[in-house]
Design a protein around this ligand. Structure first.
Ligand SMILES: *[C@@H]1O[C@H](CO)[C@@H](O)[C@H](O)[C@H]1NC(C)=O
Ligand SMILES: *[C@@H]1O[C@H](CO)[C@@H](O)[C@H](O)[C@H]1NC(C)=O
Ligand SMILES: *[C@@H]1O[C@H](CO)[C@@H](O)[C@H](O)[C@H]1NC(C)=O
Ligand SMILES: *[C@@H]1O[C@H](CO)[C@@H](O)[C@H](O)[C@H]1NC(C)=O
Ligand SMILES: *[C@@H]1O[C@H](CO)[C@@H](O)[C@H](O)[C@H]1NC(C)=O
Ligand SMILES: *[C@@H]1O[C@H](CO)[C@@H](O)[C@H](O)[C@H]1NC(C)=O
Ligand SMILES: *[C@@H]1O[C@H](CO)[C@@H](O)[C@H](O)[C@H]1NC(C)=O
Ligand SMILES: *[C@@H]1O[C@H](CO)[C@@H](O)[C@H](O)[C@H]1NC(C)=O
Ligand SMILES: *[C@@H]1O[C@H](CO)[C@@H](O)[C@H](O)[C@H]1NC(C)=O
Ligand SMILES: *[C@@H]1O[C@H](CO)[C@@H](O)[C@H](O)[C@H]1NC(C)=O
Ligand SMILES: *[C@@H]1O[C@H](CO)[C@@H](O)[C@H](O)[C@H]1NC(C)=O
Ligand SMILES: *[C@@H]1O[C@H](CO)[C@@H](O)[C@H](O)[C@H]1NC(C)=O
Length: 650
């Protein structure tokens, strides 16, 4: 007779395709009911139902999110019977395997009635009746794994204590044979199998460890035990209990007594993320919901009477809004300690492996070669002072011409010859004035996919009544220089025109309208450079996102990285949904622009400013240029972006 419970694929599918970062997950209890010892949540895809047990309550429970209905049935198995898990049989309706007392049994239940069939015992796990079955799971073959644990007792000071090393982890073979797989365990808890079915992870709760075994899917044999996570040693609060794997192969762990769920990388053992719950005794968890993107978490109130428990103890929780976040281990370093006044328009040149950028009020163009860590600045106009109002706003090399650049200077676009190393450069040779209004100056600039220059203008910043910075409204514009050198105003009536990126297929243009806190999208004609059909794809204020969008850079996944001025953050935005996928923190607030660079185009260079220096206290990091490294996408692959596009012709 084949003993076979439903395969647990559904236990290890999870987070849908989302690859998003955000701390905006939500924790909600599915009902106000407090269970004594909620455990072993199981999400049934077929019936879209969450099943779980209350161990000391001796009940099995079901919850259908669609109807928000919770049902409980007490198991009839003598007084004070315990239940440890409930898993449906594959292909049979209303038929489950349950753990009751020290045995495994069949149960027939419609999932709604307050009574179920008497459990029909299949196998006794242990002769010792003071032990009872504990949590478990079906392995990738559909075989049941289930643990045993001794009874908690009250110690001399009234706390719950458990006899040590009395439990074990068992596997029920295909022929119904009980095989002890891991002996002498105090509290056997979570189990997960690697997606390729060659590894098994086991939570040794009492020791605070997650153990890894080689796993043979045919036989269910395990071997070669090693420890991949040691909570107490790593100073991670709580003890690992239930576990669930997500589609990225990362493991979510219920940290018993700590009120947390952590996500760990099973390869490194590192904690990637920590979620907080309002109950401390977090026992177990399972992904569920229509998209398998809800994390259902059971909790207990085992130590009731000994420690004060709140009304949240013992509830079952649904955590939603979880987005993948693996690499929080990106690094931010400044390329030098130099504080620029108003860094802007970073450009990564693949040919020379050099980062170029302008300091608008500093009046310089700058180059930085990471290979030799050399930063060079050449003065183009005198730095900002009462006497000088000169500005330099962008620097982009010409395609195919050495040491020749287009720059923005004052209200004009000009040619510049510079070797990228000297402190001096040629005098700028003006190509075109963008506006006759000399109080305006050029701002951020970039070449489009055709190699034409796009560059904005803005009014002069001034000090307002309280000494803060203000900018004349709607005085600026976004210009394009045609291949014949004609200045074409593309977007008028803009306070502060900022970042530009084009879709890879060259049909769309994204434009950061800083003052409106918006990213605008235009249809873009690559031949003519015409733009049309403006719509807003991102509105920070509406979405309650602090800071305002300035610079933009696109990665090879088509996502847009945006430097948020005034918030010290760089966000990664999905241009289709407008959603923020990720937030990076930098040590200064006024992040003006950014570009991908480095040999592999996996370094994000970010410029900043110290514009509000006299008004708000700025740190020693204000105005530095930063290199963000170690950025990886949810799949673990490095984030790679695009370099700057050189100017082809003006
Ligand atoms: C199950 O365990 C409880 C608690 O130990 C006990 O009272 C009950 O009699 C047991 N049931 C059966 C059928 O052995
Ligand atoms: C338990 O249910 C399975 C599947 O229906 C069946 O094959 C097996 O005989 C049952 N065992 C007992 C003890 O009822
Ligand atoms: C049965 O388990 C209890 C702990 O629950 C332990 O103290 C006792 O020694 C065990 N009895 C036998 C015969 O192993
Ligand atoms: C009793 O158990 C509690 C935990 O439930 C523990 O904090 C306490 O130290 C224990 N006391 C003794 C005397 O062992
Ligand atoms: C199975 O996946 C794990 C990672 O989850 C990996 O370390 C291991 O090499 C893979 N084994 C095989 C045979 O592919
Ligand atoms: C969880 O563990 C962390 C780290 O040890 C600790 O700072 C925190 O206070 C703990 N929380 C609870 C509720 O015990
Ligand atoms: C700027 O440089 C380009 C490319 O070398 C050249 O075609 C153009 O004539 C120059 N314009 C000025 C004003 O020097
Ligand atoms: C020139 O720009 C400034 C803002 O920088 C504005 O106040 C002024 O009205 C503009 N002058 C003309 C003639 O448009
Ligand atoms: C002046 O500008 C600062 C920002 O730079 C702003 O916080 C403040 O509210 C402004 N004050 C007035 C009177 O407009
Ligand atoms: C310029 O834009 C502002 C707000 O974006 C709007 O209120 C104003 O009417 C616009 N002016 C013109 C001339 O389009
Ligand atoms: C170009 O790419 C965008 C996404 O970046 C897509 O929405 C659009 O349909 C594509 N256009 C064409 C013509 O392929
Ligand atoms: C950035 O915004 C977040 C909220 O969106 C806020 O908590 C944080 O303090 C802000 N940081 C700075 C440097 O303004």
């Amino acid at each position: 007779m084949m003993f076979r419970v439903e395969k647990c694929f559904c236990l290890i599918l999870f987070i849908s395709a989302a690859s998003v970062y955000g701390d905006d997950y939500k924790v909600k209890s599915i009902s106000k009911k407090q269970f004594g010892w909620g455990h072993s949540p199981y999400w049934d895809v077929k019936t879209q139902t969450l099943y779980f047990v209350d161990i000391y309550g001796g009940s099995v429970n079901s919850y259908k999110p669609a109807t928000k209905k919770l049902f409980s049935a007490k198991i009839v198995h003598g007084p004070h019977a315990t239940t440890s898990l409930i898993i449906p049989y594959e292909g049979m309706e209303n038929k489950f395997v349950v753990g009751v007392n020290s045995s495994v049994a069949n149960l027939t239940w419609d999932g709604m009635s307050s009574t179920a069939s008497n459990p029909a015992v299949i196998a006794e796990l242990t002769e010792n009746k003071t032990l009872h079955s504990h949590t478990g799971k079906a392995d990738p073959m559909g075989r049941l794994w289930i643990g045993t644990i001794a009874q908690f007792y009250k110690n001399s000071s009234g706390g719950a204590q458990i006899p040590l090393n009395q439990g074990a982890e068992y596997m029920i073979s295909g022929t119904g044979k009980v095989i002890k797989r891991i002996p002498d365990i105090t509290a056997p808890e979570g189990l997960v199998w690697s997606l390729n079915k060659t590894l098994m992870y086991f939570a040794n709760c009492y020791e605070g460890k997650i153990q890894l075994y080689d796993y043979d899917n045919e036989s269910g044999d395990i071997s070669n035990k090693r420890v991949i996570f040691d909570g107490p040693k790593m100073n991670v609060g709580g003890l690992p209990a239930g576990m669930a794997m997500d589609t990225e192969g990362k493991i979510w762990v219920a940290q018993f007594t700590n009120g947390t769920v952590i996500r760990i990388d099973p390869d490194s053992g590192k904690v990637l993320r920590t979620l907080k719950l309002p109950a401390e005794q977090v026992t177990n968890l399972a992904f569920g919901g229509k998209n398998l993107d809800v994390l259902y978490v059971t909790t207990s109130q085992l130590n009731k009477g000994y420690i004060p428990l709140t009304k949240y103890a013992g509830r079952v929780y649904a955590i939603t809004g979880l987005m993948s976040s693996d690499s929080d281990d990106y690094k931010v370093t400044s390329i030098s300690k130099k504080n620029f006044f108003w860094g802007q328009s970073p450009f990564w040149d693949v040919k020379t492996q050099t980062l170029y950028f302008a300091d608008i009020y500093g009046g310089t163009v700058n180059s930085y070669k990471p290979s030799i860590r050399r930063l060079c600045s050449a003065k183009i106009v005198p730095a900002r002072s009462a006497k000088s109002q000169g500005t330099v706003s962008a620097i982009i090399p010409y395609e195919g011409i050495e040491n020749k650049f287009v720059i923005g200077v004052n209200n004009s676009v000009a040619n510049l010859t510079w070797d990228g190393m000297s402190c001096t450069a040629s005098k700028p040779a003006v190509i075109a004035e963008l506006t006759p209004n000399k109080t305006q100056h050029t701002h951020f600039g970039k070449a489009d996919p055709m190699g034409r220059l796009w560059i904005g203008t803005i009014g002069q910043l001034y000090k307002n009544g309280t000494g803060g910075l203000a900018i004349p409204l709607n005085q600026g514009a976004q210009y394009m220089l045609s291949a014949t050198g004609k200045v074409m105003k593309k977007i008028s009536n803009i306070t502060s025109p900022e970042g530009l990126v084009w879709s890879r297929n060259k049909t769309l243009m994204y434009f950061a309208n800083l003052f409106e806190d918006a990213i605008e999208l235009y249809d873009y004609d690559n031949e003519s450079g015409d733009i049309s059909f403006k719509r807003v794809v991102f509105n920070g204020a509406k979405m309650n996102i602090r800071g305002v969008p300035a610079g933009m850079a696109m990665d090879t996944e088509g996502k847009i990285w945006v430097s948020q001025v005034t918030n010290g953050t760089v966000i990664r935005v999905d241009p289709d949904s407008g959603k923020v996928l990720r937030t990076l923190k930098l040590p200064t607030e006024q992040l003006t622009s950014l570009v991908f660079g480095g040999k592999n185009l996996d370094v994000l260079y970010v410029t900043s400013s110290q514009l509000d220096k006299a008004y708000t206290p700025l740190s020693k990091y204000a105005g530095r240029v930063f290199a963000v490294t170690g950025l990886t996408s949810s799949s673990g692959k490095p984030i790679v972006g695009y370099p700057g596009q050189r100017i082809v012709r003006i």
